[in-house]
Design a binder for this molecule. Structure first.
Ligand SMILES: Nc1ncnc2c1ncn2[C@@H]1O[C@H](COP(=O)(O)OP(=O)(O)O)[C@@H](O)[C@H]1O
Ligand SMILES: [Mg+2]
Length: 167
């Protein structure tokens, strides 16, 4: 029994010592995601953690094929390139406004379905915390959590800090 108790204590000690080294902040440029980013900056400062700000560009789901063909010189990839370049610029400006001086921050823009991509990046980069808004840009504040937030909270490989923007 004593041995088991010791092991339990060891296990608790290990949990308490879990390090915060990589914080992933999914950003959709909503106020809630900005507030989440501010909390992430404060945490990163405290723990000396690295921050990664991620925006996911979701290709439009319903684009009639003839519309794509009807636009001369515009292939699906070039639409994507234009969108990703614009998102990269917006994310850089968003990050600059956050002013994390002396803090290690990286930004990335990925293409795909938002929740799926956020989960993939969290796994690939071995994030040990995800900080995000409870809601985003869809404006469905009556939902308990936005649709992306729901999926991340349910499937994240690490703890999730959700920040609600009080209207
Ligand atoms: N395309 C995206 N790229 C990165 N993060 C996102 C994206 N969409 C949503 N998020 C993150 O998820 C949070 C919740 O947004 P979401 O679940 O989409 O709510 P809503 O349904 O109100 O738009 C946002 O505050 C943001 O942190
Ligand atoms: Mg949304």
């Amino acid at each position: 029994v004593a041995l088991a108790q010791n092991f339990q204590l060891l296990a608790l000690g290990e949990a308490a010592m879990k390090k915060l080294t990589r914080i992933l902040v999914p950003v959709d440029f909503s106020t809630a995601s900005r507030e989440a980013a501010e909390h992430a900056v404060a945490l990163a400062r405290c723990f000396g953690a690295k921050l990664e700000l991620l925006h996911v560009w979701e290709p439009p789901r319903y684009v009639a094929p003839d519309v794509m063909i009807a636009l001369p010189g515009w292939s699906a990839t070039s639409v994507e390139k234009v969108a990703v370049t614009a998102a990269q610029k917006e994310l850089s400006e968003f990050t600059a406004r956050l002013l994390p001086e002396g803090l290690s921050v990286s930004t990335r823009v990925d293409v795909g379905e938002a929740a799926h991509t956020i989960l993939r990046v969290a796994e690939e980069t071995m994030a040990d915390l995800i900080a995000m808004g409870t809601h985003g840009r869809s404006g469905l504040a009556r939902m308990l959590l936005g649709s992306v937030a729901q999926k991340i909270v349910s499937h994240a490989p690490c703890p999730v800090l959700t920040v609600r923007h009080a209207e």
